[in-house]
Design a protein around this ligand. Structure first.
Ligand code: G6P
Length: 606
């Protein structure tokens, strides 16, 4: 989704902006642009890739102040004209904007009546005209920006520059992230730390309703009513190397392959040998408060939601607390009943997903206690929640989530163990789960070693127009995530159903054109799952079975046997072959694996 980079300092801004924009490519975009100030404004914008923009920027594009943007079209088609930055008529003010301005039509009509000429179809262009309107009569650029923003209804992260004030950039945030980067006699800003880590690891996150003025020698932050705010500087522990493909053909394969290490990081220091409990220092819950919750409600979007379904199952099984997961995007719109004896858990890799953030804010407004399971330290959701668990999985660049999904499921196992051991989970069961968790990294490596076999299966099945994924109880969220991965990156239509529901409708779809991936763990539901396989094959459907026992392989057309862990933890491992299956299907079909069409990594708009 849209990305912002800004620079002010002694160096030429353009190469820094282009490098920053390249680091934001993973978020998904369709056009890009940069503007710099050097005796007037210079700007280049193109529909296409950052590399196309770099080619369009001439070598004499000098200037130590600049802003850049990658756009993901919302208002108006992807085009050179609709790309950001946007300028006012006099070409004095340049603006880049993430978010959506809800009253753009109304403002556009008023500004047009006042003589402004609009050249793009975007909502963002109104900001440039609004700022230009007041900048002549105000002492400072921030005052002009503040006056403009007061007229705007909607969400924004913006960076603004004024050709007549070549020493400063103003940035502001309301619902769309902005992070400042502090350098040596230079300042940066971006919508994502990924754009900054090559230059600095000292960052400051803006809050909603805050505005900052950046000059080469430092920054000041203000509220919308001009009160200066005090900010904490954080050190980011991810460096530029985390954003490389590390010799892999795609980020997705790199991130799948990293999972033994990323899961080990999620577990590190959190398992207690002596009492068989989990140490989760960031929950901010006393044992008394933990015992008082009667229910757990989990929210997240996309893969985060499916990992939440695995989490709900783990909490019910290990802690015997009723738990369920719901898409945050639905939850926030249905005026949910917020109960004080329910613990709410919000999941987000990026910590920025707008629907999840809005749901958290609604819960907080109504007095709900909210934990976060988040990967990005210091992100908006991490700052909004009452406590939580960081994944420590490192940056996830590929649009389709893999290692964050797995680490989230592991974080839920820790949370369920923690809740279970203050309820009635026995020390023996606590030990069993701790031992199982410790085994995960080694077993993940064993599954990754099956990649050649999985790649061959992907090549066999990728040509089908549609695939069914089925699983029962613990296997159902695994099936949903498997179907999600396949459709996201290979564009093969995939449906996920509880295996038990097949005969109540979708069995009508089964036939030679619709193979089924069946999640068949060795648990108390094994026989029921095997019966389902029989039903599918009796209708001419092919079955690829993912499970633990080779003995039943003859009941399927293909069978992939993976290591078994404790039954409650098996869903974590069962997901891994499905990630590889989707990856190799996408490669076989020559898809843009890391940047699938129409999708964005962080969906920061409604
Ligand atoms: C987008 C991505 C998904 C991701 C979801 C939630 O839709 O394409 O891969 O699962 O957002 O993202 P989050 O950062 O909140 O986990």
């Amino acid at each position: 989704m849209c990305g912002i980079v800004a620079y002010v300092g002694p160096k030429d801004a353009a190469p820094i902006l282009l490098e920053g924009l390249a680091r934001l490519e993973y978020r998904g975009y369709d056009s890009a642009g940069v503007a710099v100030v050097n005796r007037g404004l210079k700007m280049r914008k193109v529909k296409g890739r950052v590399a196309d923009l770099a080619a369009a920027v001439p070598s004499r594009f000098k200037g130590g102040l600049g802003i850049g943007h990658t756009r993901w079209a919302t208002h108006g088609v992807p085009s050179d004209v609709n790309a950001h930055p946007h300028l006012d008529g006099a070409e004095r003010i340049a603006v880049v904007h993430n978010g959506i301005i809800e009253n753009a039509d109304e403002l556009r009509a008023k500004l047009t009546a006042d003589g402004a000429t609009f050249i793009s179809e975007t909502d963002s262009e109104v900001i440039a005209h609004l700022v230009a309107r007041t900048v002549k009569d105000t002492d400072t650029l921030e005052e002009a920006v503040r006056t403009a923003l007061k007229r705007i209804v909607g969400t924004y992260g913006i960076a603004v520059l004024d050709a007549e004030r070549p020493g400063e950039v103003v940035v502001a945030r309301n619902g769309s992230p902005i992070v400042l980067g502090i350098g040596e006699k230079e300042m940066f800003a971006a919508s994502d730390v990924a754009a900054l880590v090559r230059y600095t690891r000292q960052v400051v996150h803006l809050e909603d309703g805050e505005l900052a003025v950046l000059r080469a020698d430092g920054f000041h932050t203000f509220t919308m009513d001009a009160r200066e705010t005090a900010k904490e500087t954080l050190t980011v522990d991810w460096d530029a190397g985390h954003y490389d493909t590390g010799g892999y053909e795609h980020y997705l394969l790199k991130e799948i392959s990293e999972q033994p290490e990323t899961v080990a990081r999620t577990l590190r220091g959190r398992l207690d040998e002596r009492f068989h409990i989990a140490h989760l220092g960031g929950l901010n819950l006393t044992p008394h408060e933990t015992r008082a919750f009667r229910r757990v409600k989990i929210i997240g979007c996309g893969s985060a939601y499916y990992s939440g379904q695995i989490g709900a199952q783990l909490i019910e099984e290990l802690a015997r607390i009723p738990a369920d997961a719901e898409p945050a995007s639905e939850f926030r719109y249905r005026n949910p009943v917020v109960e004080h004896d329910t613990l709410y858990v919000a999941i987000s890799q990026s910590g920025e997903t707008y629907d999840t953030l809005a749901a958290v804010q609604e819960l907080k407004r109504k007095g709900g206690r909210v934990l976060g399971i988040v990967n990005t330290v210091g992100s908006a959701i991490a700052r909004e929640v009452d406590g939580g668990v960081y994944l420590h999985a490192g940056p996830e660049v590929s649009v389709a989530s893999t290692k964050a999904f797995t680490s989230t499921a592991v974080a839920f196992a820790l949370l369920a163990l923690h809740f279970g051991r203050v309820h009635d989970l026995s020390p023996a069961d606590g030990r069993r789960i701790c031992d199982g968790l410790r085994k995960l990294p080694g077993q993940l490596a064993e599954i990754l070693a099956l990649e050649p076999e999985i790649a061959a299966l992907a090549r066999k099945y990728a040509g089908h127009p549609s695939m069914m994924f089925v699983g029962r109880v613990r296997g159902y969220p695994v099936a949903r995530e498997g179907a999600q991965k396949l459709k996201e990156i290979s564009y093969v239509h995939a449906e996920a159903y509880p295996a038990s529901e097949l005969k109540h409708g979708p069995l009508a779809l089964i036939g030679p054109d619709m193979p089924t991936v069946a999640i068949v763990p060795d648990d108390e539901l094994l026989d029921k799952n095997l019966t389902t396989l029989g039903e599918i094959r009796a209708r001419g459907g092919q079955v690829l079975m993912i499970g633990h026992r080779a003995a039943e392989a003859k009941l399927a057309d293909d069978c992939l046997v993976i290591p078994k862990n404790e039954t409650e933890l098996d869903p974590i491992l069962l997901t891994i072959p499905l990630q590889l299956l989707a990856y190799h299907a996408a490669v076989t079909l020559e898809r843009d694996v890391d940047k699938p069409r129409n999708l964005a990594k962080s969906v920061t708009v409604e």
